[in-house]
Design a protein around this ligand. Structure first.
Ligand code: SF4
Length: 358
């Protein structure tokens, strides 16, 4: 607790902000991208952007795990739920819009859709209610994928299957850096994903793209330090990979979790809402575990969904091309109570975070 409070020390934050102002370029703009809903929450909640000089811009990338689930995958879950299968998921997913409705709408139509706190809870339900068929809608990045892998390796009951929707962060960062109209100058890499994958997957960014990359924690001073470290690299003209979050992230990451993920999943090309297809970015079950795949078990054929509704700008917010306030629907037709796009649903969605601060 005391340690955490040190990372919120206002006097120290002012000193770091002063250093940032001194080192920031006097001409042009440095654009730094983070890829984490929790980073966006910290930056917005603590007013970090207001401490930065005009020449330093921090934008939010696709770091909200439910915002980037394509509508077609929500549609798959809804199709099963309306067919009488019990669909279990994290609470954040309930109101994320599919092509025509959300899982919450499906529940209002009588479908059995249940919120769980973990995949283990879903499996306990399936064991208790053997007469029903259960699906766990497995979303999230490298942080949640290992827990899905663990439960699959334990051998779930016959009446349990998994709608796998896990995605990987480094391929999304590669897609961002290759977007010519985004012109990024540095990455703040997500701390919690990095506790699993370690530092190695980020090496390509400074090496192949000349992109300063700093793994950072989630306290306000973590983020300020990371910005300072990136600016220092830019000033010296020496892009590197650095770890600001040394108190949690090991260079090699969590090797056991990586092994479990590799055993159960393989990476394939796949769609992200707002980002289209990203090579080797979506996890699917390996052949040994295909019997647990809901898509195979229920012969799902949903192909293409409506990712972006008329007027919604989530495809631009998700990659940081616009701020939520630049969407004409923000806090008018689209509010946390009546979200139009996925970015307004989850507490990790950029629009939802900004809505909390308006
Ligand atoms: S305000 Fe709503 S409609 Fe606009 S981009 Fe955000 S989530 Fe999408």
């Amino acid at each position: 607790m005391i340690k955490e409070m040190r990372f919120r020390d206002a006097a120290l934050a002012k000193r770091v902000a002063e250093k940032i102002r001194k080192i920031a370029p006097s001409k042009g703009t440095v654009k730094i991208c983070h890829i984490c809903g929790t980073h966006e929450w910290t930056i917005t909640h603590y007013g970090i952007r207001s401490l930065l000089p005009e020449s330093v811009e921090v934008i939010a990338g696709p770091g909200c795990p439910v915002c980037i689930v394509p509508a077609s995958e929500i549609d798959e879950a809804i199709e099963m739920a309306l067919d009488g299968v019990t669909v279990t998921c994290f609470g954040d997913l309930l109101r994320v819009p599919g092509s025509k409705m959300s899982l919450l709408d499906a529940r209002a139509e009588g479908a059995d859709v249940r919120v769980v706190y973990s995949v283990a809870d879903a499996i306990k339900m399936a064991r208790r209610e053997r007469e029903k068929q259960f699906v766990f809608f497995a979303v999230g990045f490298e942080t949640t994928a290992p827990s899905t892998a663990v439960e699959i390796l334990k051998g779930p009951p016959e009446n349990m299957s998994f709608l796998i929707s896990h995605r990987l962060i480094p391929p999304a960062m590669k897609a961002l850096v290759e977007m010519e109209d985004l012109s990024l100058n540095g990455f703040i890499a997500p701390g919690h994903v990095s506790t699993i994958i370690g530092m190695k997957p980020y090496e390509i960014f400074p090496r192949d793209y000349g992109m300063p990359t700093v793994v950072a924690g989630f306290e306000p001073l973590d983020v300020l330090f990371a910005i300072y470290m990136i600016l220092k690299q830019i000033r010296k003209g020496e892009p590197r990979l650095e770890n600001e979050y040394v108190r949690a992230v090991l260079p090699e990451g969590n090797v056991r979790a990586q092994r479990l993920m590799r055993k159960v999943f393989k990476a394939e090309d796949g769609r992200w809402r707002g980002l289209q297809i990203i090579p080797e970015s979506v996890l699917t079950l390996r052949d040994n575990y295909k019997r647990y795949d809901s898509r195979q078990k229920y012969d799902l054929h949903v192909k293409c969904g409506v990712d972006i509704r008329p007027g919604c700008r989530c495809h631009l917010v998700i990659v940081g091309k616009i701020k939520p306030t630049e969407c004409p629907l923000f806090m008018k037709a689209c509010t946390p109570h009546r979200p139009v796009g996925p970015c307004m649903v989850s507490m990790e969605g950029t629009c939802r975070i900004w809505a909390g601060s308006t």
